[in-house]
Design a protein around this ligand. Structure first.
Ligand code: FES
Ligand code: FES
Length: 164
């Protein structure tokens, strides 16, 4: 039986009707038209559907929607501010860290989850954190460089805000 619930998506309260057992991914894509999180393996193995739940990267294809109630859901669509790309988005462009782009939103959300926990990750920490995100196009070296650039940019922004 369908159920009415409220979710917090990219800082906004949203009402939605869901089916029992529906995964978070289909609610985001079908009910909210947030199609940045991609459907790929559908079983938690590729990371294309990654979003943040209370700042932790999760595979939206494998999270039952009820597990997202009361938590802050963040998707790639909520990353830019006033039309300004997030440093991770900008860094992926700067390093051409994509080819087909199918893995990119999930890559960026996993990287964001890492940088929220660790502002200065070493290269092996980046590689470990990104292990569950698959890029069929093999752009891994560029992705790692992009994450390093964004980490530096975010630290500069934070220090600037501190001294403002
Ligand atoms: S589609 Fe969710 S992990 Fe692959
Ligand atoms: S850029 Fe094509 S899957 Fe990663």
């Amino acid at each position: 039986m369908a159920d009415h619930i409220q979710l917090t998506v990219n800082g906004m309260q949203r009402d939605v009707t869901i089916e029992p057992g529906q995964p978070l991914l289909t609610v985001l894509r079908d009910s909210f038209a947030l199609t940045g999180a991609k459907i790929a393996c559908g079983e938690g193995q590729c990371g294309a559907c990654t979003v943040l739940l209370d700042a932790q990267p999760v595979r939206a294809c494998s999270i039952p929607i009820h597990a997202a109630i009361g938590k802050a859901i963040q998707t790639i669509e909520g990353l830019d501010e006033a039309g300004q790309l997030h440093p991770l988005q900008q860094a992926f462009l700067d390093h051409a860290a994509l080819q087909c782009g199918y893995c990119t939103p999930g890559m960026i959300m996993s990287a964001l989850g890492l940088l929220l926990q660790n502002a200065r990750p070493a290269r092996d920490e980046i590689i470990a954190a990104m292990q569950g995100n698959i890029c069929r196009c093999g752009t891994y070296p560029r992705i790692i460089r992009a994450i390093e650039q964004a980490a530096g940019e975010l630290r500069v922004q934070k220090e600037g805000a501190h001294h403002a």
